[in-house]
Design a protein around this ligand. Structure first.
Ligand SMILES: C[S@@+](CC[C@H](N)C(=O)[O-])C[C@H]1O[C@@H](n2cnc3c(N)ncnc32)[C@H](O)[C@@H]1O
Length: 226
């Protein structure tokens, strides 16, 4: 099992540290509030993690159903969005089983979660088509957020599988926006520890070599519907 899955299973605290250092300029929050009206709306969020994206819209919405495969990640999300517990319900769900969602929502949001399924599965074309088909039925507006590269010079899908995934989204009518969600750390050692724990030894060595506390991150946002 790679570092990321270990963290999702038993180190939600470390994951929270990672995301709390990401997007120090708050560009994702700005993008969401400038482009979407969440007031009194219903949201289905898949791969909710510890609730990083949820916190960006939770104050405005009427109700959210929040799903993840990891009970451990959900337990942290429950704490992180406790101020909005009256309008949030959490459920365990594997993204492979999105056909099990029968309710309809105004928004379906996923952040950095579908990419795992596409990357891990051999038959990624099947899963891309299934996710698109199921999610279009679930919500009027889809907002899918995925990586376009960590500590790289320019935005680019990090792997061929993700390249196919993002290309298929565009072919299916999603519009693509790329933003910067850079990490900012207090020290090089902190950057090495947190990013290295998640992305592995190669990342730790690159941070050490380049001696940086601000680490570039490119994020793609694919949206369908208004
Ligand atoms: C990179 S984290 C993103 C979490 C959150 N969306 C955020 O923006 O911080 C990926 C999340 O997807 C979840 N995940 C990974 N594979 C999944 C799957 N097949 N079905 C559902 N959730 C999955 C993990 O448990 C983890 O919480």
């Amino acid at each position: 099992m790679n570092e990321m899955y270990e963290i999702y299973k038993q180190q939600n605290d470390l994951y929270d540290q990672l995301i709390n250092h990401e997007d120090y300029e708050k560009n994702l929050q700005k993008f969401l509030s400038e482009n979407f009206d969440f007031a009194n709306k219903t949201v289905c969020e898949l791969g909710v993690g510890t609730g990083r994206v949820t916190r960006m819209y939770a104050d405005k919405i009427r109700k959210a159903s929040l799903f993840d495969i990891s009970e451990h990640m959900i337990s942290r999300a429950v704490e992180n969005i406790s101020a909005y517990s009256d309008k949030a319900e959490f459920k365990i769900l594997d993204n492979k089983n999105t056909e099990q969602i029968h309710d309809n929502y105004d928004f379906l949001i996923e952040g950095w979660s579908f990419g795992h399924l596409i990357s891990d599965e051999e038959n990624s074309d099947f899963w891309i088509a299934k996710l698109i088909s199921d999610c279009k039925k679930i919500a009027k507006t889809n907002i899918w957020i995925e990586t376009m590269g960590t500590f790289v010079d320019y935005a680019k899908p990090p792997t061929e599988k993700l390249n196919r995934f993002y290309s298929e989204l565009k072919k299916n009518g999603f519009s693509e926006t790329i933003i910067r969600t850079d990490y900012k750390f207090d020290s090089v050692d902190q950057a090495k520890h947190i990013l290295g724990s998640f992305f592995g030894k190669g990342m730790e060595e690159k941070i050490e070599k380049e001696n940086k506390t601000i680490i570039k991150e490119y994020t793609g946002i694919w949206t369908l519907g208004s």
